[in-house]
Design a protein around this ligand. Sequence first.
Ligand code: XIL
Length: 316
Amino acid sequence: QKPLRDLAKAKDIYIGVAIGNGNLGDAKYTEIMKREFNFITPENSMKWEAIEPKPAEFHFAQGDEIVAVAKAQKAEVRGHTLTWHSQLAPWVNSATWTKENLTAAIERHIRATVGYYSDDLTHWDVVNEVHEDDGTPRQSIFYKTFGNVADYVELSFREARKHTTKAKLYINDYNLEGQNVSKSDATYQLVKKLKNKGVPIHGVGLQAHLLVGQVPTNMQATIEKFASLGVDVALTELDIRMEQPFTAEKLAQQGNDYEAVFRACLAVKRCVGITLWGITDKYSWIPGVFPTEGSALVWDENYAAKPAYDGIVRAL
Ligand code: XIL
């Protein structure tokens, strides 16, 4: 069996994985990472709280470790993520801001971070999760201070563009995969508006945290719709979770679901790649956030490849 990275390359997409710094001491984990993937996203170590936990105090060591690991296996790196309400440094969340001084804080964070990694990174999730599921603005400190979504999003993209010549700049969110839902539409309208204004936005990231048996049937159409705006599309955080306990039947369905998701991306020229949100169910974020669910990834807790692996191979 050829590694996924070879199969993906032959189909002109990348295959990525989210990597937790804390797991790099696990030999089985790094073996799969090196063998199967040509693209890496740091699962947590380039988030605001990790990079700039105190004003103007920057910590790049863990991000550096991800960049070094990626270089060693000739993988690209996706920066994740700059302007986001979650895992934001507490000092940003708790301060009383004016538009002017929050603008300065965002610009400093982006200047330092994008500037530091510069052309080592090929993609950046510049803004993450700016809408609620019903398509209304997320009530973040950014939104509350600026009074709208477009302004802080625009300034984030413009600042990022100044400090990298190479990285494709993305807006990223979950629950965008089904078309005509309010959130997907809000994102579409926002990207359209930014493009019309000449804001340097290059891609839309569909996180794709999905549920077994419920992959949106119109996912390909959704990808096409975003691509029609003249941007790339990537599936940035794919996992497909299920109620526990898992059964052979659910795992088989999951294999078909992974296959369907890969096929949806492969069918659209501007769908540039797919990132899995982890390697093994052992370290997946799902049970911590959705306590009755799990088994969302492609390798099980003992590193055995699941039917999901065969599903991906069928698609590729
Ligand atoms: C998750 C990580 O996987 C966890 O380790 C962490 O505790 C919380 O964040 N959307 C995103 C990711 O953009 O950054 C999140 O990652 C999952 C949801």
